[in-house]
Design a protein around this ligand. Structure first.
Ligand code: FES
Length: 277
């Protein structure tokens, strides 16, 4: 573990406020909240976003890129899409000066000391709120998301054989359960878990499309975060897999942000995959 390095005078950082520093060629963020100082790596564990540029609210900092929140006291990831804590570093305050000691990835207790040397005992954690995401393949589908990012009704992508397959089926064979099972083929590229088990699919309706003797499928789903970069890709993939089901004429997919998705929406299967107990 490195030695303490002086980074600022107490009065140089607003309360509440934060400032980014470089210590031993490592970018860190020093937070000042309610008279206490905390220090984290300036790196979001989701995809490297600069935490120091995010919105600070109470003891949480929101990554400016996709919105994951971290507890500034211990670095714990509090919301998706981040699943792992960012590093927390020890901070001490002596004679009006703020000092930081880098944890260098070691299991350690980041703590804050006041001018009397009393520790406030902020525990550093390397734990993840969801556990490590499996090192696995990316999306199970090869869909091109670009042109399908638009939300709403439209013709579905079809495989070369889907037309004849659809014609030989009746709409009665379609059901919410069939669509739900098919949607399990759509894998969230951030978490490597299917969108059904993640609890992202809120509503499925099968609507008769009498002109063509088939059915339209209406889906309401959400994202783990309003800024989820995988949104267009998930929409495209959903429309592709459902559109290939026998008896489907059109697929309409609506993204909704209410009710807000939380990890509580996940099934036990998803929790198992993500190591949440
Ligand atoms: S990089 Fe921080 S939430 Fe994606």
């Amino acid at each position: 573990m490195s030695d303490y390095v002086r980074v600022a005078a107490v009065g140089e950082i607003a309360d509440p406020g934060r400032q980014t520093f470089e210590v031993d060629e490592q970018l860190i963020v020093l937070f000042h909240v309610d008279g206490e100082f905390f220090c984290l790596d300036d790196v979001c564990t989701h995809d490297g976003g600069p935490l120091g540029d995010g919105v600070l609210e109470d003891h949480q900092i929101a990554c400016p890129r996709h919105g994951a929140k971290f507890d500034i006291r211990d670095g714990a990831a509090k919301t998706m899409p981040a699943t792992e804590a960012t590093a927390a570093h020890r901070v001490k305050v002596e004679n009006g000066e703020v000092w930081v000691r880098l944890s260098n990835g070691e299991a350690d207790s980041a703590s804050v000391e006041n001018t009397t040397g009393e520790s406030t005992g902020q525990a550093a954690q390397s734990q993840s709120i969801l556990g490590a995401a499996p090192a696995s393949t990316a999306n199970a589908l090869d869909a091109s998301p670009a042109e399908s990012a638009a939300i709403g009704s439209g013709a579905n992508a079809e495989s070369p054989n889907s037309e004849s397959a659809n014609a030989s089926q009746t709409p009665a064979e379609l059901s919410e359960e069939v669509v739900r099972e098919e949607l399990k083929k759509v894998i969230d590229p951030e978490l490597f878990v299917n969108i059904v088990d993640l609890g992202l699919v809120y509503q499925i309706e099968i609507r008769p499309h009498e002109e063509v003797g088939q059915s339209d499928v209406y889906i309401e789903m959400t994202l783990t975060s309003p800024m989820c970069p995988a949104g267009p890709q998930l929409v495209a993939n959903c429309k592709q897999v459902v559109g290939q089901l026998p008896g489907v004429a059109d697929t309409e997919l609506k993204l909704v942000m209410q009710p807000t998705w939380t990890p509580d929406c996940m099934t036990d299967d998803a929790r198992d995959q993500l190591g949440i107990f």
